[in-house]
Ligand binder design. Structure first.
Ligand SMILES: Nc1ncnc2c1ncn2[C@@H]1O[C@H](COP(=O)(O)OP(=O)(O)OP(=O)(O)O)[C@@H](O)[C@H]1O
Length: 829
């Protein structure tokens, strides 16, 4: 493999990048890859870099032109005023379009062009983050978007199957400067073969994998591997499951798939929006830069807890409570809770209407309830039927009283003389019914018997009452019901959100609070707009003496208050993603679920409701399931919704964890499920994981020593300290005392040098060096402890250490023991 240095000689690391290609894990490629089949030097590095620099500079020139063009067009649209409503709407659209374009063109500044393909016919394609065309005549592609079909050989061509490619070149740039080239010559006539035919672009890949972590996930567009490419470019339709062990690139692949789908099905997906669901806020922050760096904005990122508009579900709760809420049986519990709210009096309710006493006895109420239930309508929608039945019964009672009272004071306003028997016609009865509906006592009785409920009402009332819980959830044990019991108020937990969503489905439309708020805002905007119109028309003279004033009148004619209000309303500027976020009933064009093994059955119900097309990408690893409500079987999760119509792709190569560390994780995997195979690590580091035992009273102190030494080991890399949930505060405090910039807490800053966090928080993340504290405790604190420990041990890209006071759990006893002494490096390297 050839690797070309920078022309000005400042960045000598390009040579060491090439050397790293020799560190592939299984030991068969330990030389610096002078491998004829995959690479060949084409010499003259300075010349070659120079030539590429010319092309790259030309591309950046075009990028600047495109930005300039978009900026000019946006400014012109911003300056445009007036016109028909349609013209104004078009103007808004144009502003959004050019603003998005500008953001996208800025996002691709780094690594705009990263590859080149040479074909046997002499053709040559440059590959980059976006497509750029020559606008001077025939629109020749100057740069191919990595997602274009023609760019695919960059990821798939091998010496065995070159697809017409004779050379694949990785172009490394820093800012706008070419700093190195890595070539692979894909030539079947070559005599030597690499043992790594399944790895494309080794030097570039290994350089990317060895690079220090920053606390933000990077895109992998330059080094996507063949098995990943197949997943990324899989069809849009149906449910695709991507199963893979730790570090196989599931998250990276899922995000690149989003970018690919948006490129290929732009029309369809940009209006319907793609949703990416992740396990927690910290994770979402970790991945948040990937899509923008691929020039894709407009994708909605959220946790399941974010998917009920108007609610921020951040309240903590015991995992056992969340697990109960995640069970599918909760649908029956909610249905029963609603039926329980459709109540009838034990005997009767007496109502005083004027001077008359009316009696609603139990039988009347039961009949009304049965009639309302028979309609099969949702609870809130069936209320009018219930009302009608009850009012009808009351009106008959009242009519009877009126009819039998010869001295009635002409209550219906007819002209019969006093003392005449009252003859009630249908119109009179209708009037009685209308009046009854307005009676506060009647209203109160109806509200008590069949209350209009918001999902929030239903759930908080249910949680607040042991009796209600007992009626609605007879199959839960006393202890389980006790876990659900809580005072009203205090916010919602993430596990409440699928229940609120389910309740909304069962109750039917009401959305009173949300509507009321929206209505209030609309009125405020109209008031503002009316004020604005008044100023405009007030300033105009009524004689229309000059043209300017008559134009003002024309403007006021056109802009009636409501429309002006609309234009001032935020809604006018909402992007499809923002609209989707605010709409509980939105049907997304595609949903990606990451760490999908953690989702409860109730969470799946919610997601399936948001994705009627079932166009989904589900990525996860059933061996890493930590949530008590999570799954260990994709079939179990998906088949209730898609039957057998889902497809499985597996990722088998671990790009994160070096072989030395994965050997430790592999031991645990067998204990989780002997059928599971650990992914094969693509590289090794030569650094053996270590274990250090300290006395319990010296744990915090020992941890500080270890952390300080790891800080020294990884230069400006990141260190993750993974602890059992109960030890986070104490150990976090000790570490922050010694390393003030260390991060700890519910949403730690991942860009900090040292982050102390629990396994739950560490899910999906990675660090250059990881210290796992008290593995026995992590193991013991949950029925899913083995999986949690597996997750903790597989977060490191370079170094792993274990600090413990209790004996090491089975599988870890073989770790290299080291002493924690202030003078010695725990890693012994
Ligand atoms: N083709 C690739 N080129 C460069 N880096 C890659 C590639 N594939 C994966 N990586 C890197 O490997 C690391 C692990 O990737 P990712 O987090 O997507 O794995 P994962 O399968 O989701 O892991 P886990 O299940 O443990 O959360 C990331 O740093 C990612 O950038």
């Amino acid at each position: 493999m050839s690797s070309f240095g920078v022309s000005d000689g400042q960045l000598a690391e390009t040579v060491s990048d090439s050397d790293r290609a020799g560190t592939v894990s299984d030991g068969t490629l330990t030389e610096a890859v002078p491998d004829g089949s995959r690479a060949a030097s084409n010499g003259g590095s300075t010349d070659e870099c120079g030539r590429e620099q010319e092309h790259v500079s030309m591309l950046y020139g075009r990028l600047d032109d495109l930005r300039e063009q978009a900026s000019r067009r946006r400014d012109a649209s911003l300056r445009a005023t007036g016109g028909t409503p349609q013209a104004r709407a078009e103007r808004e659209t144009a502003i959004t379009l050019y603003t998005d374009q500008l953001a996208q063109l800025s996002a691709v500044e780094n690594g705009l062009c990263f590859g080149r393909l040479d074909f046997s016919g002499g053709e040559r394609h440059y590959i980059g983050r976006i497509g750029i065309f020559d606008d001077s005549g025939d629109y020749e592609p100057l740069l191919l978007d990595w997602r274009a079909p023609a760019a695919r050989p960059f990821y798939l061509a091998t010496a065995a199957s070159p697809e017409g490619v004779t050379r694949r070149r990785h172009i490394r740039t820093r800012y706008r400067k070419v700093v190195g080239l890595d070539d692979e010559v894909l030539d079947l006539t070559a005599t030597r073969r690499s043992a790594h035919e399944d790895v494309t672009g080794e030097a570039a890949l290994l350089a990317a994998l060895d690079a220090g972590r920053t606390g933000r996930m990077r895109d992998i567009v330059e080094t996507i591997q063949a098995e990943q490419d197949r997943v990324i470019r899989d069809d849009l339709g149906g449910a695709l499951v991507v199963q893979g062990g730790p570090g196989t690139g599931k998250t990276a692949v899922a995000l690149h798939r989003v970018a690919y789908l948006l490129y290929t099905y732009r029309q369809q997906l940009s209006t319907r929006v793609v949703l990416v669901v992740g396990p927690n806020e910290t994770f979402l922050r970790y991945i948040s830069q990937v899509l923008p760096s691929l020039a894709e904005t407009g994708v909605l990122l959220g946790t399941v807890g974010d998917l009920y508009p108007g609610i921020t579900a951040r309240r903590p709760e015991p995992p056992e409570a969340a697990a109960i809420k995640g069970r599918l049986e909760m649908t029956d519990v909610l249905a029963a809770a609603i039926r329980d709210r459709q109540q009838v009096p034990e005997k009767y309710i007496d109502l005083t209407i004027d001077q008359d006493m009316l009696r609603l006895d139990r039988a009347i109420c039961e009949d009304a309830r049965a009639a309302a239930r028979r309609t099969g309508k949702l609870h809130n929608l069936a209320r009018p039927i219930f009302d009608t039945e009850v009012i009808h019964a009351l009106s008959l009672q009242l009519a009877e009283k009126i009819g039998t009272d010869p001295y009635a004071d002409d209550p219906l306003g007819d002209d019969d003389a006093p003392g005449d028997p009252q003859i009630l016609e249908e119109a009179d009865l209708a009037e009685i019914r209308r009046e009854l509906r307005e009676e506060p006592e009647v209203k109160a009785a109806l509200d008590w018997m069949w209350p209009i409920l918001t999902p929030q009402d239903l759930l908080s009332d249910l949680y607040a009452s042991a009796d209600r819980l007992a009626t609605a959830a007879p199959d839960l044990s006393d202890a389980e019901r006790a876990l659900l019991l809580r005072e009203p108020g205090g916010g919602w937990t993430p596990a409440d959100v699928p229940l609120l969503d389910e309740a909304a489905e069962l109750l039917g439309a009401h959305d009173k609070p949300v509507d009321a708020l929206a209505e209030k805002r609309r009125r405020e905007r109209i008031a503002y707009a009316e004020g604005a119109l008044e100023i405009m028309s007030g300033s105009a003279s009524y004689e229309f003496e000059d043209e300017a004033e008559s134009e003002i009148l024309a403007a006021t004619d056109l802009l009636e208050a409501e429309r002006l209000a609309e234009r001032h309303g935020e809604e006018a500027r909402l992007t499809p993603a923002e609209r989707a976020a605010a709409d509980r009933t939105w049907a997304f064009g595609h949903i990606v679920v990451d760490e999908a093994q953690e989702l409860s059955p109730m969470a799946w119900r919610l997601l399936m409701r948001r994705c009627p097309s079932r166009s989904m990408t589900v990525v996860g690893d059933v061996a890493q399931t930590g949530d008590l409500a999570g799954t260990s079987s994709w079939a179990q999760v998906l088949e209730p919704y898609v039957d057998h119509r889902w497809r499985l792709e597996e990722l088998t190569v671990n790009y994160r964890t070096p072989a030395e560390i994965m050997a430790v994780g592999g031991g645990l995997l067998a204990a989780i499920d002997p059928a599971l195979r650990p992914p094969r690590s693509v590289r090794s580091t030569g650094v053996e994981p270590w274990a250090a035992r300290v006395e319990p009273e010296h744990l915090a102190e020992g941890l500080v020593d270890v952390v300080l030494r790891e800080v020294a080991e990884v230069d400006d890399g990141r260190i993750g300290v993974i602890v059992a949930a109960g030890q986070e505060e104490e150990l976090g405090a000790a570490v922050t005392k010694a390393v003030p910039e260390a991060a700890v807490g519910e949403q730690p800053d991942l860009s900090s040098r040292v982050v102390v966090l629990t396994v739950r928080q560490a899910k999906g993340l990675e660090f250059d060096s990881v210290v796992v504290v008290e593995p026995a405790r992590i193991l013991a604190e949950s029925p899913r402890g083995l999986s949690d420990l597996y997750v903790a041990l597989t977060r490191a890209t370079q170094r792993l250490g274990v600090l413990h006071t209790e004996p090491l759990p089975v599988g870890l006893e073989g770790l290299r023991p080291v002493a924690v002494e202030k003078s010695a490096s725990p890693a012994g390297v």
